[in-house]
Design a protein around this ligand. Structure first.
Ligand code: SF4
Length: 370
């Protein structure tokens, strides 16, 4: 039997066996099975079991012989994430704390759309790193520091294991529970783990897998200019979300260390290049902090920065994390800020806040250490 560590240039050494099957494309599985003299359709079957059915073990692949199940099990790993804790918010948002095979912990957040009482429109906020090296001042993940990048299998598993859990719990068939939207906005800076993130998107977008539409996938970044240029060149159709959080360099330097390397002018030029090259609209994120970046003067500076850009702006009142250094503005001040931008022709919306009572909202994920 071939050793697939050599076959696939293993990038997932931490996982139990040789290569995490959840991180493999259909062709990669088929190529390996061809070496075992298995028919090519077996690769399709395995891929569908793994990616569409979200099976938790080889034994669930009931249309494969026990002999083939054993060959697969002796070569690939199929290790679900371990669910350590699940919290449910007053608004129905669910936060999942997962343990990885090396004992590290990450979180994912499942959001249900407002007004959808069937609870069929779902968005999953995914993590891409254990911790984060970017150190944004208002962010609980940033305070953890950086441990390591997630693997493709670990990113995809957040979708698969949650889907399996929900289907099992509610007795639903495959087509009855599905994640509709993905936002790569959980723990970590996705663009620091870019090849892995892109492969996970490819897998989750597969028609024979979870089939999550590419326009329903958002990747966020705190503003890594070279990687934004790389994404523009890749020409993919997902949504890019860029965190601004301040209308000038002086304020942005104080809460986002990345601004010293890529100040606003460089970042916005990269965004313009991205829009020109892809034809896509960018979503900007702006965390609103009382007495810091919530004045009408800040709104005017922000409007000037974004004028003429093909962009949306999400305004997000800051969520408190330990120490309460950053406070939310009053409801009236938030409304005043958003209305001012709208009057200036900026497509600004106040982002609906979800899961803040379980530390599951923007900037609050701390891998269970909150
Ligand atoms: S906001 Fe994002 S990039 Fe900044 S520290 Fe938190 S996880 Fe990292």
């Amino acid at each position: 039997m071939p050793d697939c560590r050599k076959e696939f240039n293993d990038e997932e050494p931490r996982e139990k066996k040789y290569f995490a099957v959840r991180g493999l494309e259909k062709e990669e599985i088929s190529d390996f099975l061809a070496k075992l003299k298995e028919k090519s359709f077996r690769g399709d079957q395995v891929f569908r079991w793994v990616q569409a059915q979200a099976v938790q073990s080889w034994a669930e692949m009931t249309n494969l012989s026990v002999d083939l199940q054993e060959k697969l099990a002796s070569t690939f790993s199929l290790v679900p994430l371990k669910l350590v804790q699940e919290q449910v918010s007053r608004d129905g948002t669910r936060k999942y704390l997962w343990e990885l095979v090396d004992g590290q912990r990450i979180e994912s957040v499942l959001l249900f759309h407002a007004g959808d009482f069937t609870r069929k429109r779902t968005t999953l906020c995914l993590s891409t790193q254990v911790g984060c090296p970017m150190g944004c001042g208002f962010c609980a993940t940033g305070k953890l520091g950086f441990t390591r990048n997630l693997t493709v299998g670990e990113i995809v598993s957040q979708v698969l294991d949650l889907t399996a859990l929900q289907r099992h719990r509610e007795g639903l068939r495959q087509e009855q529970f599905k994640i509709n939207n993905l936002v790569y906005m959980g723990m970590g800076e996705p663009l620091l783990n870019l090849p892995v993130v892109l492969k996970s998107i490819k897998l989750l977008n597969y028609k024979d897998g979870q089939n999550i539409g590419i326009r329903r996938i958002t990747i966020s970044t705190c503003g890594l200019v070279p990687q934004i240029d790389q994404l523009a060149a890749a020409g993919l159709d997902f949504v890019l979300a860029v965190s601004l959080h301040a209308p000038n360099n002086e304020l942005r330097n104080r809460i986002m260390p990345i601004n010293r390397q890529y100040p606003l002018e460089k970042l916005l030029n990269a965004c313009r290049r991205y829009i020109k090259q892809t034809g896509q609209r960018i979503t900007f994120e702006y965390v609103l902090i009382k007495g810091f970046n919530d004045s009408l003067q800040a709104a005017a500076e922000l409007a000037a920065l974004l004028r003429g850009m093909k962009a949306n702006l999400n305004v997000i009142p800051v969520n408190t994390i330990g120490g309460r250094q950053y406070q939310r503005p009053s409801f009236e001040d938030i409304q005043r800020f958003v209305s001012f931008l709208q009057e200036k022709g900026i497509a600004a919306v106040l982002r609906e806040e979800k899961g803040s009572d379980i530390a599951g909202a923007c900037g609050q994920l701390a891998g269970g250490l909150e």
